[in-house]
Design a protein around this ligand. Sequence first.
Ligand code: GDP
Ligand code: MG
Length: 311
Amino acid sequence: MIEEMLEKVKDGDRIALAKLITMIEKDEKIRKEVVKKIFACPLKAKIVCFTGPPGVGKSTLIDHVLSILTEEGNKVGVILFDPRSPYTGGSLLGDRIRMQRHATNPNVFIRSLSCADNPEGVSRTVKDIIKVMAFSGMDYIIVETVGTGQIAVEVSYICHTTVLVLMPNMGDDIQMMKAGILETADIYVINKGDLEGAELTEAYLRDNVEKRNGWESPIIRTVGYNRATVLPLAEKIKEHIKRESYRYHQKIKCLLTTMFLDCVSNEALKFLKNDWKEFEEMIKNVEECKIDYYTATEKFFEKFKKEVLSK
Ligand SMILES: Nc1nc2c(ncn2[C@@H]2O[C@H](COP(=O)(O)OP(=O)(O)O)[C@@H](O)[C@H]2O)c(=O)[nH]1
Ligand SMILES: [Mg+2]
């Protein structure tokens, strides 16, 4: 059954793609099966992350970028986060409305994701869903995240290009964003150029952002209501993707290692919690301050080697 669905997805069947993503979100077994099957397929999709605080105009800009890319004949997938999540604060409806005119475009596929149930698992789910979307033949995949949380940083690791969207009169607010996202961004956008105070945000960026790998991250000013101002942004995104393709391979190598280690530690913890009673007790002892966590770790390995590995 999965094989049949994958065939359809590969042929560009959007209903099958939507169904498969829902299945992946809900069922870990299916997710693993799917990833195992498509892992080796070469994927051409370029992944672009739009991040930034709520309300700066990310969805508005993505809407224009969608038009620009699809007019050039590209297929584009979009991933948005669900409002129930504590990370996004409820902007999904607005996101959908802003991209409504693309709803009937056969070259656009918009998908929202929930991270309400399992925030730790989200970044892994997103990575797998990106893979499935790419498998369906997308040329670009755009992910919108709120640049104040851990998910934003993690998603940016898997993207070719990260666009950080800000607005006028920001300075201290930028500092409050999750550490890392300011440095990870490849392109900075100051949207709402119709409002005053863009210089303040730009000055803050110029003072705090360094040149990385010879790429001087551009600062682009846009007005969300004016498509012409978004054209240079779309050009910069393409330029960056082209320039960074070698480095992206390196990035992906690191990512795959991280994914593997992440899976191993997940499974190891599950195994220990379910199959090794003493582990529960060790956790309790640490919780109740009966033992410090360094000593507890040493004791854990002593026991683990004796009781589990030597069997
Ligand atoms: N004044 C002004 N408002 C904008 C601009 N771009 C977007 N907006 C408005 O800002 C609000 C938030 O936009 P949205 O794209 O949903 O922001 P997001 O939360 O970052 O995705 C909406 O009401 C938009 O219409 C702009 O360039 N200038
Ligand atoms: Mg939005």
